[in-house]
Design a protein around this ligand. Structure first.
Ligand SMILES: Nc1nc2c(ncn2[C@@H]2O[C@H](COP(=O)(O)OP(=O)(O)OP(=O)(O)O)[C@@H](O)[C@H]2O)c(=O)[nH]1
Ligand SMILES: [Mg+2]
Length: 604
């Protein structure tokens, strides 16, 4: 059977998973009337809740007698490393671009990787149903992007399709048609059949799957020869070791699932069960003549965070896994499949330094752990600083903001305060399109203030640019916080009295402890407050209002918002049930002593 291998790539939210849904439906992967819902490929709990793709996934369909392996990829820049890796399974890409937004930072990143691997690109201008969209302008912008990325003559001659994944049609010109068959025909026509080299078996493991029945499953494309059920193979690892191993079971992809196979030939994507101790990047090779494929390099981490055991007074109340042993084992296990993650021991046996690709990358890990029953404390995310030529350097990023014209002044102010410099300002429909160069540090916490200051209208995205000299101090959070004076349940009575001092993060009746952050102060500077006072009992009823205390509901922040909120002397307590903000040192006197000591240190 003929084969086509394609990866769907794009900036976040440009409609990749929706398109994969439509491909699955159009090729009758599901029975008539079968209820499947939307975004069926985003099948992980966290993906469903957030409406984003976190892990890339394989599916396969049959169309006009050809098997098409489809790889859905995540669009968020934190998961760029994952995209880079799975592109190794593809021979062509569908580059989706939103017909209104046009190419965005991650469009550039994924296209660059695809061109570098010499994959055949097909451009899909998606969401042409959006009002005010600009498909022709966007097409020109995509051409310019190819050009800027030094695409070859042949790559510049890319085919383009227009359409709407949501409305279920794609056409080779911007005219609505009945379905997506023009695009499927385009895939058969433009994407080359996999190149197959002559020689014995070679298959590089590019991703990892897990099944509770079968254990760890290695996924990759067979590059050469064929792989057989029960066959003996050599597993070749990055450090040069070669292990003999036996293939227990083999699968290929079919629809959303997998189909058992006895032999898989070069060109097809395959899932292998029964290998022990393998890693992503290893080559499964012929037992007699083992030859390794080049190792996979992934982009370096850009951010670090301190993960510690939970040492709050409420330690151990919610979680199953609370010791440093639990924490360490879990983190080490994660590095096996999460290639962009690194874990280091620290001076303290209870803390580990975890390096990742950004707030979302680390946030997803923490969220997954808390759902598994872990309790932990995490500190403020830090960007990774490098010493280059004896000078301190830090990462810089390109920040792109699209915002209605009225707000552009505010946005420029906000970014400039954080040491950003404006590079581009142009209009794009009714929107202003702004581009800045900004130290990565300045981006932490920017998203939430950007949304508040633009009534939620700003669309922002960023991508790593390069390491450049340290830009000096960047102002942190403007406001101080209110800290609990005691360990008890909060009361409506006290919160009501304190409401004009700040915005609360806790509701009445919640257990709090000394040094816990319970509200944002309306002014700079921290304040210790009593939020647990009971109402004084009197035998006279005060007039009216007192009984019906009006408490504004607490401000609920997501884990990632908390990560961007806290300052260097604060941390987040994460348990399966709660996310609490706190001072790292809970006792006030101790905190002050430490601060003085630190200041003295700086003076030296
Ligand atoms: N108007 C319009 N909206 C669309 C279209 N296609 C997808 N969407 C919407 O865009 C949003 C994002 O769609 P997804 O398919 O999840 O995007 P994605 O590229 O997979 O996103 P990530 O995996 O998070 O990078 C959803 O709310 C879709 O309903 C379209 O053709 N037109
Ligand atoms: Mg998706």
């Amino acid at each position: 059977m003929q084969i086509r291998n394609i990866a769907i790539i794009a900036h976040v939210d440009h409609g990749k998973t929706t398109l994969v849904d439509k491909i699955l439906h159009a090729t009758h992967v599901f029975r008539e009337n079968q209820e499947t819902g939307e975004l069926i490929m985003d099948n992980n709990d966290l993906e469903r809740e957030r409406g984003i793709t976190i892990f890339s996934k394989n599916a396969a369909v049959e169309y006009k007698g050809v098997k098409i392996n489809v790889i859905d990829t995540p669009g968020h820049s934190d998961f760029g490393g994952e995209v880079e890796r799975v592109l190794k399974m593809a021979d062509g890409v569908l580059l989706l671009v939103d017909a209104f937004e046009g190419p965005m930072p991650q469009t550039r990143f994924v296209l660059q990787k695809a061109l570098h691997l010499n994959l055949k690109p097909i451009v899909v201008i998606n969401k042409v149903d959006k009002p005010n969209c600009r498909p022709d302008e966007v097409h020109d912008a995509v051409f310019e992007l190819f050009f800027n990325l030094d695409a070859t003559e042949e790559q510049l001659d890319f085919p383009t399709f227009y359409g709407s994944g949501k409305n279920g049609w794609f056409n080779s010109k911007n005219e609505q048609c009945a379905d997506i068959t023009p695009l499927l025909d385009g895939i058969l026509q433009y994407v080359p059949a996999p190149k197959v080299a002559e020689g014995p078996l070679q298959m590089q493991i590019t991703s990892l799957d897990y099944s509770s029945f079968l254990g760890r499953i290695a996924v990759g494309k067979v590059a050469r020869g064929s792989i057989k059920e029960n066959g003996s193979v050599a597993l070749m690892q990055a450090d040069g070791t070669i292990k003999r191993s036996k293939i227990k079971e083999l699968y290929t992809f079919m629809g959303m699932g997998k189909k058992k196979a006895t032999e898989v030939f070069a060109g097809d994507i395959c899932a292998v069960v029964g290998l022990e101790d393998f890693n992503i990047g290893d080559t499964i090779a012929d037992a007699e003549n083992p030859e390794a494929l080049p190792i996979i390099s992934v982009d370096e981490p850009t951010m670090s965070m301190l993960f510690s055991i939970n040492n709050s007074p409420f330690f151990g109340k919610d979680g199953k896994f609370v010791t440093s042993r639990h924490l360490r084992d879990r983190l080490i296990k994660e590095t096996e499949k999460n290639l962009a993650l690194r874990v280091e021991d620290t001076d303290s046996a209870d803390s580990f330094l975890v390096y990742g690709r950004g707030i979302l990358h680390l946030g997803i890990l923490i969220e997954t752990m808390r759902r598994e029953g872990f309790e932990l404390t995490v500190g403020q995310p830090q960007v990774l600083v490098k010493e280059i030529g004896g000078k301190k350097h830090e990462p810089y990023e390109i920040l792109v903001v699209d915002v209605p014209g009225d707000y552009s002044g505010k946005v420029i102010d906000m970014v400039t305060q954080r040491k950003g410099e404006m590079l581009v300002m142009e209009s794009k429909g009714d929107m202003q399109h702004l581009e800045f160069e900004i130290p990565s540090r300045g981006l932490i916490g920017l998203r939430s203030s950007m949304l508040t200051n633009t009534a939620g209208e700003a669309v922002m995205a960023h991508r790593f640019l390069e390491y450049k000299p340290w830009k000096g101090p960047i102002p942190g959070r403007n406001n101080g916080v209110l800290l609990s004076k005691n360990q008890e349940k909060t009361t409506a009575y006290s919160i009501d009295k304190l409401q004009d001092r700040g915005t609360f993060f806790v509701d009445p009746g919640e257990d709090v402890y000394v040094g816990q952050i319970i509200a944002e102060h309306i002014k700079p500077g921290d304040l210790i407050v009593n939020a647990t006072e009971g109402k004084k009992l009197t035998n006279m009823r005060a007039s009216g209002s007192d009984d019906s205390v009006r408490i504004i509901p607490k401000k609920q922040m997501t884990l990632e918002e908390c990560m961007e909120y806290i300052q260097h002397d604060e941390c987040i307590e994460v348990t399966p049930k709660k996310i609490r903000l706190r001072k790292t040192i809970l006792d006030e006197n101790e905190r002050k002593r430490r601060q003085t000591a630190m200041k003295a240190e700086e003076v030296k």
